[in-house]
Design a protein around this ligand. Sequence first.
Ligand code: ADP
Ligand code: MG
Length: 557
Amino acid sequence: MAAMLQPQIILLKEGTDTSQGKAQLVSNINACTAVADVVRTTLGPRGMDKLIHDDKGNVTISNDGATIMKLLDIFHPAAKILVDIAKSQDSEVGDGTTTVVLLAGEFLKEAKPFVEDGVHPQNLIRSYRTACYLAIEKIKELAVSIEGKSLEEKKSLLAKCAATTLSSKLIGGEKDFFASMVVDAVIAIGNDDRLNMIGIKKVPGGNMRDSFLVNGVAFKKTFSYAGFEQQPKKFLNPKILLLNIELELKSEKENAEIRLSDPSQYQSIVDAEWNIIYDKLDKCVKSGAKVVLSRLAIGDLATQYFADRDIFCAGRVAEEDLQRVAAATGGTVQTSVNNIIDEVLGTCEVFEEKQVGNERFNIFSGCPSGRTATIVLRGGADQFIEEAERSLHDAIMIVRRALKNSTVVAGGGAIDMEISRYLRQHARTIAGKSQLFINSYAKALEVIPRQLCDNAGFDATDVLNKLRQKHALPSGEGASYGVDINTGGIADSFANFVWEPSVVKSNAINAATEAACLILSVDETVKNPKSESAQGEAAASAMAGRGRGRGRGMRRR
Ligand code: ADP
Ligand code: MG
């Protein structure tokens, strides 16, 4: 078809490359399948991790689909869509990023033979959309609500969701320990939508189990001046003053230009400067605060002044930490020391400076207004702690989602098998080609349990057959059976508490279908010669790198 379209009129610049139709579609599908193959092995509790390093020597070890996709410098225009859906799944629900890429890849793979046989993509797209709609409705039907339970019950249910998320990560061995920590942190911030109210502080060294949750705020000790050692390091129920001003002598000196005619006046100017700062410090002391924090510097003079009066101070506190102290202790950040009334001071049960590993930490615990929590993470290598942080982020998102939407479905491939069965059954009622397409869609969903088996080294065909049989039971009692990751057989995922919030699944299925349909609807890519040469080079180097296994297709920064 393309050959017949030789234009008589020159429409595009010479050298412009356009490929069209079926060939284009098939090549796009191949690219997406290749991308899905990259993340394939990371799925599930027995999934492997990827080590990604760039030219600068930055090394990242990750199991998280979105992180891997972000770090791979994918330049294929169609395959980029998969990167985007992984990212959007990450920001929308926080988990299920590998799932979404795998599903999209599999939908396309199933569509490929049809495309090659000359089926018009629009027919496929229509059937896929119908199937997606049916699948989402089925998820809604199967979802189990955790609403109306007591706090304790809810906590243990949420911890199970968090444990399912964590089981596929590096810290999976300690999933119960971290799951309950995550649940406590999320419950502490209550309905607050700001995710940064849960701080995660990383302190390399020590054991994972040394990680702990502070019901309040913790941050690394800031830079301090002489006199700091004499300050008390622990208070019970202190008043806390939060400032956004500099308590240093030099500030006035640098802000003004003064012309003097008589040298003796100089002393009075110097005195005035000292008076100003002493006045400020005096006002801080008079406010009754025992802990003074400032976003800006607190100099040596001030440090000593506070030390003499048994007050603790810390300057250059990070904005984020200061905001969290404000939220937790009920204080407000002041931009002036005049008129400090009691209401603007915060308080907490215990303030303490503590040694954590090699670092000193300022810890505010037992905060009256709650609303913040800090997880202090310990562990070996930097890469390890960073991956641990990403994993906790996933778990935090999942618990928040589950708390908000409060419905869960059975994981371990159970929900996917059940939808697959339902779609196959439904397809039988449809006449025409659409039946085949919906069947393919149903088959594609099986990729999740199949991959879970493959990654764990089980016989996928065997397990899948058992699962199909179980799900086909007319009584519907097998609906929550999924892969049993411990024995290599099948088990009731729901009874084993392998749970996932239903939004993770519905969002993943929705996004994957949309991406697949989008790619199926493209039949032509036009590259202009300029960008083509740039991309061509990148392509060549990436291919060469891949061939020799040097990973040069990675992002360069
Ligand atoms: P994603 O990035 O998509 O969340 P994961 O690597 O976290 O990928 O794997 C999630 C999959 O692993 C889900 O389908 C989930 O149901 C499954 N899973 C998690 N824990 C278990 C378990 N203990 N047994 C069986 N399947 C599990
Ligand atoms: Mg996950």
